[in-house]
Design a binder for this molecule. Sequence first.
Ligand SMILES: C[S@@+](CC[C@H](N)C(=O)[O-])C[C@H]1O[C@@H](n2cnc3c(N)ncnc32)[C@H](O)[C@@H]1O
Length: 380
Amino acid sequence: MNDMAPRISGETYFFRDHGQFDLLRLRLLPELIERRRDAKTLRLWSAGCASGEEAYSIAMLVDMLLPRRDGWDILVLGSDIDQSALAKARRGRYRQWSFRMVPPALQQRYFQRQGDEWALDERIRRMVTFRAGDLIGEPFPGAELRDMDLILCRNVFIYFGAAAVVTVADKLAAALSEGGYLMTGHTELIGHRLRNMQSRLFVEGVVHQRVTPCVPIVAMVPMVPLSPEIPAPARNAPPPAVAIRVPRTPPPTRPSADDLLATAREFADCGEYDTAERACREALAVDPLAPGPHFLLAQLAQLRGDFARAGELLDKTLYLDPRSVTAHLELAALCERAENLPRAQTLRRAALDIVRTMPADAVIEPYETTAAEMAQWLAQ
Ligand SMILES: C[S@@+](CC[C@H](N)C(=O)[O-])C[C@H]1O[C@@H](n2cnc3c(N)ncnc32)[C@H](O)[C@@H]1O
């Protein structure tokens, strides 16, 4: 495809990809809000926003997470190359098809039915600024497109040729503030090494974070050696001239499955996916029934775009740990992606049932959210 002439298609809808929006609501946005609580600024950008659903979805999340935001300076920016899509975005009126993944309660809360359209709450509409821009041709970072805390650029790279993917990804990375996040479609930047970016693997997929170059902790402190090579004793070594007492060094202990899994996660966090996978397999060699390594292998399979394998591994995880909330939700997201909506719904309901049996203040890892909050979110 010609790098400079992307084929345009603005297909989109509110809260497209539940898994990624769960990640935004439960983890990334709360983290960013906390980080900016003193400065009271937030800069969020939906790049390639089409008719605005993605940018408004972010604005709704901000409204839920930060209902009292007096004194805050919050930018929610939507940009697109397509002027007619932007005109539609500015109107803030949508047909029912744009809500196909929206819980009815959320739709009722933020929209008002007007004939065969739904009009967005004026407060949310005014939170978002739209502008035209060509991600390939426009030079940035610049006066406006800079210091972003979060950039969503999902289902846009698919229209670019290989050279443009690299150019745009590097420009987006440079437009982030330190610690800011870039979220793309699930497989869009697989295999691309981004400058000064670190992949962070969450249950709902990978997110790229702007950092000073990533130094894997395991590279500095040998946490758990993988397959330690134990040197063979030297043959025919001459006996010591004088008998001395040498303190006996303990034989090397085999790392536990938990240690190996922790190592695998460290590698995955730094984008070293092959090594992470190897560490998972070593963990399974120690404990074949450990659910954790199966779960991480499922995430790694998703990164490779092997969704069928990811599904099998998640099924296995659930077999080994039927009360895993994260495995239920991750498998639900996979089913949604495959348009198996009935199974996705069943899995989400099962996750809700589990969460409801937990103490309200129990923290659900790795979301760092309480069971009560998670139940409220899943029940919407
Ligand atoms: C499929 S939509 C994605 C909408 C939304 N991000 C989502 O995931 O639901 C792709 C959008 O990318 C926009 N686009 C394509 N090439 C672009 C470019 N060079 N600069 C800015 N936007 C572009 C298209 O106009 C279209 O609205």
